[in-house]
Design a protein around this ligand. Structure first.
Ligand code: PEP
Ligand code: MN
Length: 348
């Protein structure tokens, strides 16, 4: 259920609606938008009687949300959500590139990758400190030491950091360091982790599960938002299909569909989406053209020596070429590519 406020509703009117929702024992989620504020009701076991709200001051309409997800839905918030990550806007007509190594391996490796991606024009640095690996014998990440190195790379380059929280146990250490907390594909339906991520203040980058439908993915985002953290970035990273020539099948066709369903920003990861280095730049161009809000790309100073995902990692030179192509396509479709530091270049 949604309580849509009039355009000229005051803060006191919104407060009155929130108090009414809470007095009924439910949770109120006020969502200010460009045109109006809507207050979403969750926690109600059955239908809520609209008459509770219809005659409160400032209320324009009381609407039932038709989708199972509410807070992620465009019905609640018609305008795009823009998430500010230390001055870098994600969503709403700008294009932000997140890049860096799959895993933080050493100080030299991370600083080389970080300075290279910053120089090429990435807006956010990625790097895993806690790595979810298929094999228990594979490199699991530098863990706390990896976080410390990410912090150093942030100070060195000025780029905000996105890094993965692998479990509830390490979430608070990750959230203390990260500017964006990543929840990986394998954890998309780790409901305890989603709830815990919803109870901390950093933006959450939620990757699509290995074999998840869009409805399941949006319900996972709803878990985070239902706990009060509305800063969720969706990341399409490919799904498992019958095709085995690529690591995953990058589902770019879902971008225009997601645009209609949700106000949340959506970025694309062509590295995990294909698993093939030479496919990353072509799919990045396609992601810009199809209307994504950004990219997540793996870059390694020496891919053959990478401790994880070398075959899909770009060299710094490859990444320079990728950024050049991204800028060209962005200009053609009227998107602004976010510069390091968050300043946007005018669309030409
Ligand atoms: C990653 O981005 O480091 C990662 C492990 O990706 P995914 O969760 O999409 O497999
Ligand atoms: Mn990887």
């Amino acid at each position: 259920m949604l309580v849509v406020m009039k355009r000229d509703a005051t803060a006191t009117d919104v407060e009155g609606v929130i108090r009414k929702i809470e007095s009924l024992g439910f949770k109120a989620h006020p969502m200010p938008g460009a045109q109006r504020t809507a207050v979403c009701i969750t926690g109600n076991p059955g239908a809520v009687e609209p008459a509770h709200f219809e005659f409160l001051p400032g209320v324009q309409d009381v609407i039932r949300v038709s989708k199972p997800y509410k807070l992620v839905s465009r019905e609640l918030k018609p305008d795009d959500t823009i998430i500010d990550v230390r001055g870098v806007p994600i969503g709403g007509g700008s294009f932000a590139v997140m890049a860096g190594p799959c895993a933080v391996e050493s100080r030299d490796q991370l600083l080389a990758a970080a300075t290279a991606v910053a120089k090429a024009g990435a807006a956010v640095l990625r790097g895993g400190a806690f790595k979810p690996r298929t094999s228990p014998y594979a490199f699991q990440g530098l863990r706390e030491e990896g976080l410390r190195l990410l912090d150093e790379a942030r100070r060195e380059t000025g780029l905000p950091i996105v890094t993965e929280a692998k479990d509830v146990e390490t979430l608070s250490a990750v959230a203390d360091c990260a500017d964006i907390v990543q929840i990986g594909a394998r954890n998309m339906q780790n409901f305890s982790l989603l709830e815990a991520a919803g109870q901390q203040p950093k933006p959450v980058l939620l990757k699509r599960g290995l074999s998840s439908t869009v409805d399941e993915w949006l319900m996972a985002a709803e878990y985070v938002m239902s706990r009060g953290n509305y800063k969720v970035i969706l990341c399409e990273r490919g799904i498992r299909t019958f095709e085995t020539l690529t690591r995953n099948t990058l589902d770019l066709g879902i971008l225009p569909v997601l645009r209609k369903l949700t106000h949340l920003p959506v970025i694309v990861d062509p590295s995990h989406g294909t698993g093939i280095r030479h496919a990353v730049t072509p799919l990045s161009r396609a992601a810009v053209a199809v209307g994504a809000d950004g990219l997540m790309v793996e870059v390694h100073p020496d891919p053959p020596s990478a401790l994880s995902d070398g075959p899909q990692s770009l060299t710094p030179n490859d990444f320079m070429d990728l950024m050049r192509d991204v800028r060209a396509v962005a200009a053609a479709v009227g998107l602004r590519v976010v510069q390091p530091g968050g300043l946007t270049q005018p669309a030409s």
